[in-house]
Design a protein. Structure first.
Length: 202
């Protein structure tokens, strides 16, 4: 009787997971992995090259497979290394020529030239700008990232000369990955906090 109950429970778990689009893990498999850290698998997907930013936290949907997951994590590392350094080669490696910004700010050109334009302008105001990749969530063909930008306002912004004020603000991005590169995104930044730190909102 106990054996039939366990089999039925496993079948129900598999059915629910199938409806949710996920992969069920059997009780036996769970037991075998009991002593493994739940973070061990996604951590193996990170490119540890010293020139790339490293995500502080990473959550990955296993159902997309290790190869696709590693590809998306790598694209995230390349894109946010661009924001961390301003180096064009990382943007070119991450973003498709057909890239589209779905939340395009006023005055920023559409397409892959947009992020380059934004980075250059921002670094005119904050030359030591850094981008911390605080959280990365990989689900299907989407990458969601929580970012922290930091630096010092020692340059100029809209004719205003900085006095070395600290800059520290958050942003959230959603990146849509195509076959091999990012093809579109949505993003929101804490602009009110940033403008206050620059001394424009007081």
């Amino acid at each position: 009787m106990r054996s039939r109950t366990l089999i039925r429970a496993a079948a129900i778990t598999a059915a629910v997971a199938s409806l949710a689009g996920g992969t069920a893990m059997s009780a036996h498999a769970h037991d075998n992995r009991h002593h493994q850290s739940p973070r061990a698998w996604p951590q193996r997907l990170i490119d540890r090259s010293p020139d790339l930013v490293q995500p502080e936290a990473l959550t990955v949907d296993r159902s997309i497979g290790a190869r696709r997951a590693a590809q998306e994590v790598h694209l995230a590392q390349q894109l946010y290394t661009f924001w961390n350094t301003g180096q064009q080669k990382y943007l070119d490696a991450a973003v498709s020529p057909q890239f589209k910004d779905n939340t395009l700010p006023t005055g920023r050109p559409q397409g892959p030239t947009g992020p380059a334009f934004a980075s250059k302008n921002f670094r005119t105001a904050v030359p030591d700008l850094t981008c911390e990749l605080s959280d990365v969530l990989v689900t299907g063909d989407k990458i969601t990232a929580r970012l922290i930008f930091r630096g010092h306002f020692t340059g100029t912004f809209n004719g205003l000369q900085g006095k070395g004020q600290s800059v520290d603000f958050n942003a959230i991005d959603i990146q849509h990955v195509g076959t091999d590169k990012i093809i579109e995104d949505w993003h929101i930044e804490d602009n009110e906090r940033l403008l206050t730190q620059l001394g424009i909102n007081s």
